[in-house]
Design a protein around this ligand. Structure first.
Ligand code: 13P
Ligand code: SF4
Length: 330
């Protein structure tokens, strides 16, 4: 390892000039080999990062990969709660995140102290938390879930057991509708998925009649009601690969389109339109990671995710429960 530069937590990544002639793809591959590092990336990362990743997946797939890797270093190209989950599962490994400030509006919307007070109002409730939350909020939960296993997990909870679900109210409402279960919901939303416009989606459907709408369950109910398929990023990708239609409208962060187009170059994928003409269907947190920051993070092994051991153990239990309860989910 080179001499450690000082990492300014307010900046969140190592600031260092990079030779513009350096082939970053080659350098990242070399550093991965030399350091026995594995690069896990979420679908919402920029295409260059997806292309150099050892594994790309949804939150469940990434957690499983993090749990089983024998690499010494995990570089997590995703957001903070994902890298934190990898650290919770791998206390002995070094877990790096290219930009420490890559957060998540859902995780930020559910601070542990406020959540503890909320939970205290509902004694006797089993607490199921979406993985998009901090380690401290996970530690207050009984079971963690992701968008790909949430329904499967909720269905395993006895009918007479009241449930508190946090932090995504849209996923919570979707699950209530799907399972017929009543749940107490924490009122959080994803700033990216709440941006899709129902009106514009309806107009797009008229322009492309027959094109299935594939949506992530973090979308608002008004958007989900027009969806032909609702699932996690990996499930959306799989659906598009296996379905016979040639055109699809996709209501989730647009990074996923990169893999969908690679899987099926003959098919057309149209991103669902946001309310304004902005790029708000790109997650500003996920997109803080860049190829340059990824290179510097591997080179200097910073920023690193660290965690208090007592907190880690408390946050581990509900994650292990999730992995056990959803072993059958593909
Ligand atoms: P999945 O990839 O698990 O569907 O989650 C999407 C997401 O919100 C990641 O932040
Ligand atoms: Fe969080 Fe939404 Fe970004 Fe996912 S897309 S990381 S839920 S803000």
């Amino acid at each position: 390892m080179t001499d450690l530069p000082v990492l300014d937590p307010a900046v969140g990544y190592v600031e260092e000039e990079i030779d513009p002639f350096l082939d970053l793809f080659e350098e990242i591959e070399r550093l991965k080999r030399e350091k026995n590092a594995v690069l896990l990336a979420h679908y919402y990362q920029e295409p260059d990062i997806q292309d150099i990743a050892d594994y790309i997946g949804d939150s469940l797939g990434l957690s499983r990969k993090a749990a089983e890797t024998d690499a010494d270093i995990i570089v997590f190209a995703g957001v903070h709660f994902m890298a934190e989950t990898a650290k919770i599962l791998n206390p002995g490994k070094k877990v790096l995140l290219p930009d420490l400030n890559a957060g998540c509006s859902l995780a930020d919307a559910c601070p542990a102290d406020a959540f503890a007070a909320f939970k205290a109002r509902y004694p006797g409730h089993v607490v199921v938390s979406y993985i998009n939350c901090s380690a401290a909020t996970k530690a207050l939960s009984d079971i963690i879930c992701t968008s790909s296993n949430a329904e499967h997990i909720i269905r395993q909870i006895p009918e007479d057991q009241p449930i508190l679900f946090a932090p995504d109210r849209n996923l919570g409402r979707f699950l209530m509708k799907r399972t017929g279960r009543d749940m107490v919901l924490w009122d959080g939303v994803c700033i990216v998925h709440e941006t899709f416009s129902e009106q514009k989606l309806v107009r797009l459907k008229m322009r492309y009649p027959g094109a299935p709408v594939l949506a992530h369950p973090e979308c608002e109910e008004a958007v989900l009601r027009h969806a032909d398929f609702v699932g996690s990023t990996s499930q959306i990708r799989r659906f598009a690969r296996e379905d016979a239609h040639d055109t699809f409208i996709v209501a989730t962060e647009e990074g996923i389109l990169h893999q969908m187009r690679k899987d099926s170059p003959e098919k057309t994928f149209i991103p669902a339109p946001p309310e304004s003409g902005c790029n708000c269907n790109q997650c500003p947190h996920m997109r803080l990671n860049t190829l340059e920051k990824l290179y510097l993070c591997l080179k200097h092994e910073q920023p690193e995710i660290t965690m208090d051991e007592k907190l880690r153990r408390r946050a581990l239990r509900p994650i292990e429960r999730m992995l056990e309860m959803s072993a059958a989910v593909a």
